[in-house]
Write a protein that binds this ligand. Structure first.
Ligand code: DX5
Ligand code: ZN
Length: 224
């Protein structure tokens, strides 16, 4: 079983206390910090830039998982790599040379991730995956742009299809993940879980992360 990891999304944190939110995630046992970067074009919202990434990098040693919801991610790889990202994820739906951009991400020493939106058929990423240039596949379980949306369970079929083809690859799922939805997501083969609202609204984040990890480990692969 690939290692199960929980990645809080600080999009759901109090924007006035972002530093504290990062420390809170670390103390609560998070495995990575997920950073949601939005340009107001690829998605109908604007969020955080490289300066926030730098802050996270300064505050914690946890890996930074940077999710670029940008129309032209190729223009920002260097900035986010230099700001301390460990993995940089681009979208298959972006307007860029995906293979080339994935290679650029690795050239900067980061893990390369490929993200797929709910309406996009899973077949559209297979050719890119065959290139061997992808370290992490991020399956969106909401339409990107906002935290706090409901989990779209159709994402599970995509997760399972990717997992059957690539037993060792990192598969993350993002959107509406909580202590319940983490179970079917893991059962279909996801091993990395992005969670914003459910973790930041939990009465005790440490308990929530621990339980989320346990639930995922118990269910992993059961629906494959
Ligand atoms: C959505 C973002 C997600 C979001 C998840 O556009 O990519 O990472 O923050 O938030 P929740 O867990 O609240 O759905
Ligand atoms: Zn995200």
């Amino acid at each position: 079983m690939p290692k199960v990891e929980i990645m809080p999304s600080i999009l759901a944190a109090d924007i006035g206390n972002l530093e504290q939110a990062v420390r809170q995630c670390e103390i609560a046992g998070a495995d990575q910090i997920h950073l949601d970067v939005m340009d107001g074009v690829f998605v109908p919202n604007i969020s955080m830039g490289p300066a926030v990434c730098e802050m996270v990098n300064r505050v914690t040693d946890l890996p930074i998982n940077t999710h670029l919801m940008l129309l032209r991610p190729q223009n920002y790889i260097e900035a986010f790599a230099k700001a301390g990202s460990d993995t940089i994820l681009i979208h298959i739906e972006a307007t860029c040379d995906v293979l080339h951009t994935l290679r650029t991400i690795r050239d900067f020493g980061c893990g390369a991730g490929l993200t797929i939106n709910p309406p996009t058929p899973v077949e559209s990423i297979f050719k890119t995956l065959e290139s061997g240039r992808v370290d992490e596949v991020l399956v969106m379980s909401v339409n990107p742009g906002f935290g706090g949306q409901s989990y779209i369970e159709e994402a599970e079929t995509k997760v399972a299809e990717v997992r059957r083809r690539y037993p060792g690859i990192m598969i993350s799922i993002d959107g509406g993940i909580d202590l319940e939805t983490v179970k079917p997501a893991a059962a279909h083969g996801a091993n990395l879980f992005v969670a914003g609202t459910s973790l930041f609204k939990a009465p005790d984040m440490k308990e929530a992360i621990t339980q989320m990890r346990t639930n995922a480990e118990e269910q992993y692969g059961k629906k494959l």
